[in-house]
Every structure is written in C-alpha cells, then in structure tokens.
Ligand binder design. Structure first.
Ligand code: NAD
Length: 329
C-alpha cells in the first residue's frame, strides 16, 4: 500500500532530443525521484556517490558540514537536518555510526519522523541493535512510513566500487523497492525476513569474523614462536583444515600478504572500535535471548581492551600486534 504513494508526487517530463518530442517516462517517474541520504561518513559518502552516478538526485545531510562538501560538489543538494531531507524525499537511506545516532536521526527534535510523508521508504544501513530497528519500524509505521534495516558487509573499498552486500529485513512487499536502490550500491542484496533480521545476519557474521581473526592471529604468533616462517605457515594453513577468510584473504601478520591493512601498519580496513561495537551488539542480543556465546563474549572483551590500549583506530587485524606486545608480560 505504502508503495502506491512513492514516486506519484513527481511527474518527470523528459525531452527526447532524437525524436524531438517530450514524453512522460513512467519508469523515470517511479525510479528517479530524489533519494535522501543521511550520514556521509566513510561508507555513506561513496554510497551516496553511487546513487548520483546511477542518475538519482540526492538530498543529503550530515552533522559535520565538511562531510557534505564533497558530495555537494558532485551534484547533491545539501540540507540542514534529517527533517528537511524527509520534507523533500520519499525514499531515504541512513548510514550512521550506532544505535543512539539512529534513534536521534529518526525520532529526535529535527528527526526524519517530524516531517516524513505517508508512504516514505526508510532504509537504515547502519549496523545497530536489531531491537532498535524494530522500534524505528514501529515509530515509522505510526506515521504511515515503512522502515527496513539493510546493514552491509564490505568496507570502504566495496562501498566505492558498489560491491557491498546488503542484508535486508522488513516487509517483503517493500523489498523490491528497496532492492532498486540497494543494487546501485552493492553487488549482493539478500532478503533475510522481518525487520531486524538484516541486523541479526550482520551481527552473526561479524562475531564469527572476530573469533576467526583472533584465532588466526594467535595461531600465527605461536607458529612464529615455534620457528616457522609466517608465509610458509600461512601456505600450510590455507591448504589445510585451519583455513579461514582471515588466514586466506586478510592475513594479520605484516608482510605475509600485500594490499591488506597488516602490511600497511594496520591503517584503513575495519576499525577495532567498530568491531568492538558489533561484538557489543552480539553480546546484547545473546543476553536478551539467553544464547550462550562464550567465544563471542571473549572476543568482545579482547577488542574492548585493545580499544583502551591505543588500537581503537587501527584495523581489527591488529590483534596480532596486540598479542605480540602482550608477550612475556
Ligand atoms: P562514520 O563515522 O565514518 O560515518 C558516520 C557519519 O554519520 C558521520 O559522517 C557522522 O557525522 C554522521 N552522523 C552521526 N550522527 C549524525 C546525525 N545525528 N545526523 C547526521 N549525521 C550524523 O562511519 P562509517 O564507517 O561510515 O560506518 C557507518 C555504519 O556502517 C556503522 O554502523 C558501521 O558499523 C557500518 N559499517 C562500516 C564499515 C566500514 O568499513 N567502515 C563496514 C561495514 C559496516
């Protein structure tokens, strides 16, 4: 039902230079109406850029005006607040750091829901607590709007190349409308189920990633201590049952692989703070559902300690360096 409202406000007249006549493009009418984008950070900025590249007018905002400048220079219209975005767009994507920012942007005094129009599609791609996604969906529904969670896997590089994977939760009948926009920014879009399930999938993946990375780092460190060459050990692991993404594609030992953060002083990539945040979400959801996650809990504590010991802004594979520094203490 909500989908009926979207795109119906704007009729796009297109001038066909070749045939020399104007025509109403029903397809453009439905698909190229402005898209709102809130949160122009490391991920949001390249994602919004890809919407522009696909011909969508973008109406954007961020609390830091300097974050908006780059996007404004390539054609986005920048406005003052999430409420102003909601006033001008009936499809809005948010890409914010964490749950409190999402609550503020949707339900705060200048939030989206202050001016949201009936039928607006709201897609939140931030990684947050699934319970908050459900809360936002209820609040949006009261205003006649539709909220979906669509967190991503893939970092800044994947965001720039439109190669993200989106895990989508929400009303199935709205999935197609969300997919239309998400395919401009990602290579894979997967429908997971009711609202909150996209976040659930994202949190589970990142918990396993953290556990795998810690396991790889301590295995590599032990092997090196036992006299093995790290490249040889990596080769053996990757042809044996110990192989995982962290050993094979994102090795945490400097010099073993090129083009990964460990070979660039752990710069770029996925920050330790963000990993600690995602593990905190896993811990909360596990506590709420009385699910045992002994290794996930331990991984959470390890990444929290790393944040307080100067690793907050390094890539999460710096766990290897952290373990080396802990040696002998
Ligand atoms: P970021 O901190 O670089 O960007 C977030 C942006 O949101 C900032 O520009 C900030 O100013 C803006 N913002 C915060 N509060 C706001 C408000 N009230 N109104 C308007 N703008 C506001 O974060 P990021 O790296 O782009 O990550 C965004 C989300 O994506 C996070 O939830 C993160 O966990 C997830 N994620 C990140 C990566 C990654 O590699 N960086 C990968 C996958 C998922």
């Amino acid at each position: 039902m909500a989908a009926l409202f979207r795109g119906s406000r704007n009729i796009w007249l297109r001038w066909n230079k070749h045939a020399d006549f104007a025509f109403v493009s029903l397809r453009s009418m439905a698909s190229k109406t402005p898209v709102g984008f809130i949160g122009l950070g490391n991920m949001g900025s390249p994602m919004a850029t890809n919407l522009l590249k696909n011909g969508y007018p973008v109406i954007a905002t961020d609390v830091f005006p300097e974050s908006c400048k780059e996007l404004q220079d390539i054609g986005a219209q920048v406005v003052d607040s999430p409420a102003d975005v909601a006033d001008r767009a009936d499809r809005i994507i948010t890409m914010l750091p964490s749950s409190p920012n999402v609550i503020e942007v949707y339900t705060g005094p200048n939030g989206i829901l202050k001016k949201v129009k009936k039928g607006t599609l709201l897609i939140d791609s931030s990684t947050i607590d699934p319970a908050v996604s459900k809360e936002m969906a209820k609040a949006a529904e009261k205003m006649g709007a539709v909220f979906m969670d669509a967190p991503v896997s893939g970092g800044v590089g994947a965001a720039s190349l439109a190669k993200l994977t989106f895990m989508v939760g929400g009303l199935e009948e709205e999935y197609e409308a969300a997919q239309e926009l998400l395919t401009c920014m990602g290579a894979n879009v997967v429908y997971c189920g009711q609202v909150g399930t996209g976040q659930a999938a994202k949190i589970c993946n990142n918990m396993l990633l953290a556990i795998g990375m810690i396991g790889t780092a301590e295995t590599m460190n032990l092997g090196i201590r036992l006299g093995l060459d790290p490249k040889l050990l990596t080769k053996i692991l990757n042809m044996s049952s110990g192989r995982c993404w962290s050993s094979d594609k994102y090795n945490p030992v400097p010099g073993v692989m090129e083009g990964v953060p460990s070979s660039n002083n752990y710069q770029g990539g996925f920050g330790t703070t963000l990993m600690a945040k995602d593990l905190g979400l896993a811990q909360n959801t596990a506590t709420n559902t009385k699910t045992p996650i002994p290794l996930g809990s331990l991984a959470h504590q390890i990444y929290r300690v790393m944040c307080s010991r100067g690793y907050a802004n390094k890539d999460f594979s710096s766990i290897f360096q952290f373990l080396r520094e802990e040696e002998g203490q």
